[in-house]
Design a protein. Structure first.
Length: 103
């Protein structure tokens, strides 16, 4: 596995989300506040729609796809309504930069 620099943390704070492209992967990176970041695949397994515009619910720790309302737990990527699951990538802030580990 290799760590990839995604963006400056201040940029992510301002925009709250960004999509990082690595080869065929599109990874959604979300600012969770206080230098905590989340990285997951930016593709709903239901019909492949991007999740970058999905609704984030910090209290339930979920991200909901805007197209068909499938919700995913941000802790493990599990869909709340089916057995579908998102890929979750390790992510961190180090030296003011956002990093994602990609296999």
């Amino acid at each position: 596995m290799t760590w990839h620099k995604v963006t400056r943390y201040t940029t992510l704070q301002r925009e709250q989300r960004c999509v990082y492209r690595h080869e065929r992967l599109k990874i959604l990176v979300i600012d969770r506040g206080q230098e905590q970041v989340q990285a997951l695949e930016n593709r709903c397994p239901h019909q492949g729609y991007p999740l970058e515009d999905g609704m984030l619910d910090p209290e339930k720790n979920t991200l909901t796809c805007n197209h068909h309302l499938w919700a995913f737990n941000l802790g493990d990527g599990q869909c709340t309504a089916s057995r579908a699951k998102l890929l979750i990538f390790p992510a961190k802030v180090e030296g003011g930069e956002v990093w994602v580990e990609i296999p």
